[in-house]
Ligand binder design. Sequence first.
Ligand code: AMP
Length: 423
Amino acid sequence: MNFKAPRGTHDLIGPEALRLRQLEEISRNVLYKWNYSEICLPSFEDAGLFTRSIGESTDIVEKEMYVFEDRKGRKLALRPEGTASAVRAVIEHNLTQTLPLVKLFYAGSMFRYERPQAGRYREFFQVGAEYFGNPEPAADAETVIVADEILRKMGLSKTEIHLNSLGCKACRPAFRAALKDYFASQKDLCGDCRRRLEHNPLRLLDCKIDGHKFEGVPKMEDFLCPECSDHFGRVRELLQQSGRAFIVDHRLVRGLDYYTKTIFEIRSASVGSQDALCAGGRYDNLVEELGGASTEAVGFALGSERIILAASNENAFREPQGPVRVFIAVSGESLVKEAFGFAVKLKTSSRNDEIRSGLGLEDKAIRVEGPFAKKSLKSQLKLADRLGADKTIIFGEEEYKLGVVIIRDMKTQGQSEVRVRPA
Ligand code: AMP
């Protein structure tokens, strides 16, 4: 029986895994600077948590969730996103009461049963951040800037910030009604649009099939109540103040119901049709809707695979300063014990240990491999080459009797001797 990775999942091997970790490390460094702390959340939750927060008539809940029953008949779901879990954790641990400031971030995989294509997977990685308890426009502007900053630190330049406001409970209903009226007069809507028209008319705005037809479609901005309008204006001012260019995009909506006021997306011109690298916005009602005390909140999620793809396409990856690669070789089986012991010592050494200084490896990051006793010295050196070794330490019988080993520089092929024990 041959097994393959399930459709829509992918293995990240070697350098690919390293790139994901680099992105996460860069994100962590930026987020720490802006005073966010990490939260590790479960990969699955009560399915109802997502249905309640993301919304019954969204694609994610209707079609994309991995829902299952555990052995006790509990209805669970693999998390399709992180915000709902973060809100659940904030309420469950009463974090807004116990912490002076609740700014959280997470990194991990999310699961959605979507049609796989380039940049769209069924298991994918996100880095997300959530800022609770700050109703000020500065919190919205901060999250946009933090997300943008992570993308800049990744070396991306071909990005665009799209911004819109979805208003609030007071002003959105009139906009929805106006949209419904408008769409009712449109002929030839696609199947998805017809289905969404009743429960989720905002989603028609970003329909890939029909979207271009909607000339003169109502704009949320014209329906914003004075508070939402003022809020949106101030978010824009703050972004301008910090030199971040953005596009006010009246067609921007989100596939999740919980958003209020500001929403944003950061898109890249260096990837294909799945060009949203990041999405986020404000969700002032969600904590209360999930049973907590009324708490304003704003956040975002970055799609790691798409960012890595954009960075590769823009040649933006800075390869990390390589460690010194050391290979331990033996000229015959008789010295395997000594060579093995030496390799262990080297692998477990700290940067300034004595064992390193004779080898010129003090204060350096190292990767150590070997010994492989069963191979001839020639094939060990070949393997060292293929592994990209910088130095090979050869345990030769004659030399070892005299208390020395040979160090071979794999580039120049020059050799020298180093004492490893008294003669
Ligand atoms: P969302 O949680 O839907 O707001 O998405 C936030 C970001 O996650 C998007 O902008 C994408 O970069 C990424 N993303 C969402 N869905 C997928 C997917 N199926 N595969 C890969 N990345 C995704």
